[in-house]
Ligand binder design. Structure first.
Ligand code: MG
Length: 449
């Protein structure tokens, strides 16, 4: 079981990420990928340079060729990975975590980030010190590549309808949250012909402007500015720029699954194909896919599983319930900039609130029930068996999901805490609430059986 790798790489604070630990982990990753070019990019955290230097030392020690991209978003690294033919990449980022956190996200040559299970393989090399150390005369020189941001901007400009955006000249408020978005978002939307006002747009690892996670509470300045300046939309990113959220022209916060649903609608208008999402995502995605005659495929919760499922199913778009969208024509990571540009193209046609209102709407309800570490898995297994017996329609790739006539409900053991989470979605709030209550009672009845 992976000790350091979670669903989004390894994360910790200064006590874990010492130079020794970090260079060891990088050497293990370089051993795992084999000798070759490995891209290294980092977010705006104060620890970035320290970690970068340790990563580089580790990679050099196993004969890899480190190529430094500087302070860039994670999706920019993912795009560069395939473009530059790297055998892998390391994104030094703790995403939306508080500023004292440090993280290392390992990405393979297909731009898919390593899952817990594949992270396990890297950890095994690290724990057993089975590094493929290079000889003195095999050590490479450090290279740099400073065009990764330009490449990302140009790729997006080739993809969206720039003429349409330039004609409308949408007025946007961009909240870069002092993260990596500072280095791409103002430039991208200026070059797309938008009128922009920026918030928190200087890179600063103390995150002085707001907390890095773009929740409704954390983007209150953005909401107020959209209203005050009568903007067409507000956009905010997390620290590494894979997640993006929107505020509509009335100053309403748009939750992540709505913007994902809008992206699915926009993608399928362009090109029909399979849609991939996690088992915990709104049925609005299923509805939109079937409206276009397309199939929905499910993956376990977690970005690496979703990326793998997309490759397997040749999906044309994929996304997660928290508001991360993957556009496979670019790479297999969630990308907050392609997503934002696609939605800005759409609002050049009609207001964001109108787009959102046109999407299927559902109500949801959720609770978490405390269980011990052992019990939380056992009780889910018992629930699966019970539902099988009663002939319910279930999906069991991650916890257990039950699809009924009123809606659906998923029960999942928490990955990090001692809880089982129950989430239900239905056409009405009453139905969603009652599904949660029904499964809570069933779960508690199974506890002592
Ligand atoms: Mg992130």
């Amino acid at each position: 079981m992976a000790k350091y790798f979670g669903t989004n790489g390894a994360r910790g604070k200064m006590d874990l990420f010492t130079p020794e630990f970090t260079s060891g982990l990088a050497a293990a990753f370089g051993t795992w990928t084999g000798k070759g070019k490995i891209l290294v990019g980092r977010d705006t955290r104060t620890t970035g340079e320290m970690i970068e230097n340790a990563v580089v030392a580790g990679l050099l020690s196993v004969g890899c060729q480190p190529m430094l991209l500087g302070v860039v978003p994670a999706p920019t690294i993912e795009l560069a990975t395939t473009k530059l033919g790297a055998v892998g990449s390391i994104a030094i980022t703790a995403s939306h975590n508080p500023p004292e956190w440090i993280g290392v996200k390992c990405i393979d040559s297909r731009s898919v980030s390593l899952s817990k299970e594949r992270g396990d393989e890297v950890e095994k090399i690290f724990e057993e010190k089975k590094f493929a150390r290079a000889e003195w005369n095999e050590i490479k020189k450090i290279e740099g590549y400073d065009a990764a941001i330009s490449d990302h901007v140009e790729a997006i400009k080739k993809w969206v309808n720039v003429e349409k955006i330039k004609k409308k000249k949408p007025k946007l408020i961009l909240d870069c949250g002092n993260g990596t978005a500072c280095n791409i978002a103002p430039r991208l939307f200026t070059e797309l012909g938008c009128k922009i006002t920026t918030l928190n747009s200087h890179p600063d690892g103390h995150f002085p402007g707001r907390n890095s996670e773009p929740t409704k509470e954390n983007v209150s300045d953005l909401i107020a500015t959209v209203k005050k300046l009568n903007a067409d939309a507000g956009i905010a990113w997390d620290g590494d720029g894979d997640r993006v959220i929107f505020v509509d022209e009335r100053g309403e916060f748009v939750i992540g699954d709505k913007s994902f649903a809008l992206c699915v609608e926009l993608a399928l208008r362009g090109k029909k194909g399979n849609v991939a999402t996690t088992v915990a995502t709104t049925n609005a995605i299923k509805d939109i896919a079937s409206k276009h005659g397309c199939k929905l495929v499910y993956s376990k919760v977690g970005a690496p599983y979703l990326s793998e499922k997309m490759i397997e199913a040749k999906a044309v778009i994929g996304g997660e319930e928290v508001g991360g969208v993957i556009w496979p024509q670019f790479h297999y990571g969630k990308d907050g900039f392609t997503t934002a540009a696609k939605i800005v193209e759409a609002i050049s046609e009609k207001p964001l609130s109108k787009w959102i209102a046109s999407l299927p709407a559902y109500c949801n309800s959720k609770i978490k029930i405390p269980f011990s570490e052992k019990e939380k898995f056992e009780v889910i297994e018992k629930m699966k068996k019970q539902l099988e017996k009663t002939g319910e329609k279930t999906i069991t790739i991650d916890g257990v999901r039950v699809d009924g006539s009123d809606g659906w409900c998923i029960l999942r053991p928490s990955g990090t805490e001692h809880f089982v989470r129950i989430f239900a979605e239905a056409k009405t709030q009453k139905q969603a609430d009652s599904m949660v209550k029904e499964f809570e009672a069933k779960l508690l009845a199974l506890k002592n059986k």
